[in-house]
Design a protein. Structure first.
Length: 346
């Protein structure tokens, strides 16, 4: 497929503040859209049998939350307001990624499988992956995430300096989230969006996420799973890295038999599965509400603590659901990640 020209992304062929705000809202939605997919795979794993893969997935999810925050900071810096607490914010699975990224890719909520790993590689693939021995990703389905953000940076550079709020507006800073960047001008906006690009894809010359980190970017972390070994420097090779570090082994017996693409309507009314899923979705929707407030003027420690508490609650609920609900006739329940603003009650 011929790649879309960057200028056409999200209406940026005629850039202005409104078009860039729309693109950045799509960026917030894009970063969020990967989180349920990665979490579903993570919590489908018996971490005792697949510890290395679970660790990689967990590390990627943490940085996706940072990326969502950075995109929201840039949107706020040019007068926008991230919309998070809304039914339309949650993507439908199976379905496409927001923002026209990898346009032919259909993303599913599935337990971890080698096929799902290939989806993860396609989501995170750079425009030009570094060929470290063998690269499984040969598909070219439209713009990459990096190209999406490069188009936004280009559009931002055409704005006058007065388009940016200074003093900063509604920013989540590093005091609340490690790695967050307060955005008040083009330079800080570019730094924020480049952080997203490099943590996901690396750079043109390195698979590492930054010059100050030896952590591989997301694409290459997923390649570690594909190649069954950690990525290490290999100074005498060209390029100077190799997948010859500690083993990253996959035990198919260590994956819970949860359904793919679950919906609340799949679970019988009144069943333990339905109650667990409704409770999960209510907690998830409450988390979206907490993040909406955090990104729209309540960037304080109390609000961050509320969001973190809800995240921890979600983690516990998802692990219990996917490992099996005791005494249920169909015990393995996949959380459907749907908008549920009403507490289902006991």
């Amino acid at each position: 497929m011929i790649r879309l020209k960057q200028a056409t992304i999200a209406g940026l062929d005629q850039p202005g503040v409104a078009a860039i705000q729309l693109a950045l809202q799509q960026a917030v939605e894009l970063e969020h859209s990967t989180i349920p997919v990665y979490l579903y795979a993570l919590y489908s794993l018996d971490a005792g049998k697949n510890p290395a893969i679970a660790s990689i997935l967990q590390s990627v999810v943490v940085e996706e939350m940072l990326h969502m925050t950075l995109a929201a900071n840039v949107l706020n810096a040019i007068g926008g307001s991230p919309v998070i607490d809304a039914p339309g914010f949650i993507p439908s699975y199976p379905g496409p990624l927001p923002g026209g990224v990898e346009a032919d890719l259909v993303v599913h909520l599935t337990p971890f499988t080698p096929d799902q790993l290939m989806t993860f590689l396609q989501i995170e693939q750079p425009e030009d992956p570094i060929a470290i021995k063998r690269d499984p990703s040969a598909q070219d389905d439209g713009i990459t995430i990096g190209e999406f953000y490069q188009a936004i940076i280009k559009a931002l550079s055409a704005l006058p300096a007065t388009a940016f709020y200074n003093p900063p507006r509604n920013q989540v800073g590093p005091d609340l989230m490690d790695g967050a960047i307060v955005v008040s001008d083009l330079a800080s906006a570019t730094a924020a969006l480049n952080t997203i690009i490099e943590q996901g894809e690396g750079t043109a010359s390195s698979p590492e996420e930054s010059a100050n980190s030896d952590q591989p970017a997301h694409y290459y972390r997923f390649m570690e799973i594909y190649r069954a070994a950690r990525l290490q420097p290999a100074p005498h090779r060209d390029p100077p890295w190799a997948f010859n570090g500690a083993p990253v082994l996959f035990d198919a017996a260590g994956v819970y038999p949860v359904p793919s693409d679950p919906k609340a309507s799949d679970y019988p009314v009144g069943s333990a599965q339905a109650f667990a899923n409704d409770t999960f979705n209510y907690t998830y929707t409450s988390l979206l509400g907490a993040l909406h407030s955090l990104f729209n003027g309540q960037a304080n420690q109390a609000q961050m603590n509320r969001a973190i508490g809800l995240m921890m609650s979600l983690k516990g609920q998802a692990r219990a659901m996917m490992a099996g609900i005791p005494n249920a006739s169909a015990p393995y329940t996949g959380p459907s990640f749907e908008y549920q603003p009403v507490n289902p009650g006991p």
